[in-house]
Design a protein around this ligand. Structure first.
Ligand SMILES: NC(=O)c1ccc[n+]([C@@H]2O[C@H](COP(=O)([O-])OP(=O)(O)OC[C@H]3O[C@@H](n4cnc5c(N)ncnc54)[C@H](OP(=O)(O)O)[C@@H]3O)[C@@H](O)[C@H]2O)c1
Length: 238
């Protein structure tokens, strides 16, 4: 669990799972920096988290903005990379520019964020990067995200060998209830997600709070490195 005196940086912390993580970090008395692409909405998101939370602005496809966002940050204990720019794409109706944007932000952008964070890491620090179940279980339109999520695992393996003693792990959520990915899904995706839910042994989707707890399991445990923690309620078993 986050401890007073620790500093978490959550790239993609203005909404969704990243924002929920920021709330949990602040509630435990640690300080947290959240990033989004827009300064005003980032500030509002930080105010919503409350005491101990500050906002920085960066776009993971804009390297100078990442450098700028990290430049003045204090020591980083844990860097959480959970940003996603959702793209719906298929090979039949391929939109390469949109695909490139998502791949760029979620793979090269995650690597760039670690690069600019390097001088700031505490030796007992860690990185947690968000992948996703779509790398194994594609759903309609997930092609680009499936690619990018698989790339996160390769990036994790490489980074863990390069930046020790800082540890590098990843989280692979299934479909998470109570997030926009599920709640705002169009009817075709919603049907695919309902089918995945029906195949999940306990017939329940993991919750955002359970993803938060899984993330802290990775940040807390000094023995876990180069691991991908799947939190999908067993969705991939059946
Ligand atoms: N929700 C799920 O069911 C689910 C399932 C599997 C995996 N995941 C993974 O979990 C992570 C979080 O998902 P979520 O559903 O919570 O996401 P979300 O609600 O859509 O939030 C996305 C975040 O990413 C930021 N962002 C988007 N594009 C960016 C860019 N180019 N540069 C920097 N930041 C950018 C957004 O900030 P601004 O818009 O403020 O700029 C926002 O804070 C993602 O990596 C996703 O792949 C989620």
């Amino acid at each position: 669990m986050p401890r007073p005196g620790e500093h978490y940086v959550i790239v993609g912390g203005t909404r969704g799972l990243g924002h929920r993580l920021a709330q949990a970090v602040a509630a435990d008395g640690a300080s947290v920096t959240i990033t989004g692409r827009n300064t005003e909405s980032g500030k509002a998101a930080a105010e919503a988290v409350g005491v101990g939370c500050r906002a920085a602005t960066c776009d993971l496809t804009d390297w100078p903005s990442i450098e700028e966002a990290f430049r003045d940050l204090p020591t980083i204990d844990h860097l959480i990379l959970c940003a996603l720019d959702r793209d719906q794409n298929t090979v039949a109706e391929f939109r390469p520019d949109a695909a490139a944007q998502t791949s760029l932000m979620k793979n090269v952008g995650y690597a760039a964020a670690v690069h600019y964070a390097l001088p700031k890491f505490s030796p007992t620090g860690s990185v947690v990067m968000f992948s996703g179940i779509s790398m194994w279980r594609p759903f309609p339109g997930s092609m680009t995200i499936s690619m990018a999520n698989a790339g996160v695992i390769g990036l994790m393996n490489s980074l863990a060998t390069q930046i020790a003693p800082v540890r590098v792990n990843s989280i692979t959520p299934g479909v998470i209830g109570g997030t926009d990915a599920f709640d705002q899904a169009d009817p075709i995706r919603r049907a695919a997600f309902e089918a995945m839910l029906a195949r999940t042994p306990g017939r329940r989707l993991p919750t955002p709070d359970e993803v938060v707890a899984a993330t802290f399991a990775l940040t807390d445990n000094a023995g876990i490195n180069g691991s991908n923690l799947v939190i999908d309620g067993g969705m991939t078993l059946m």
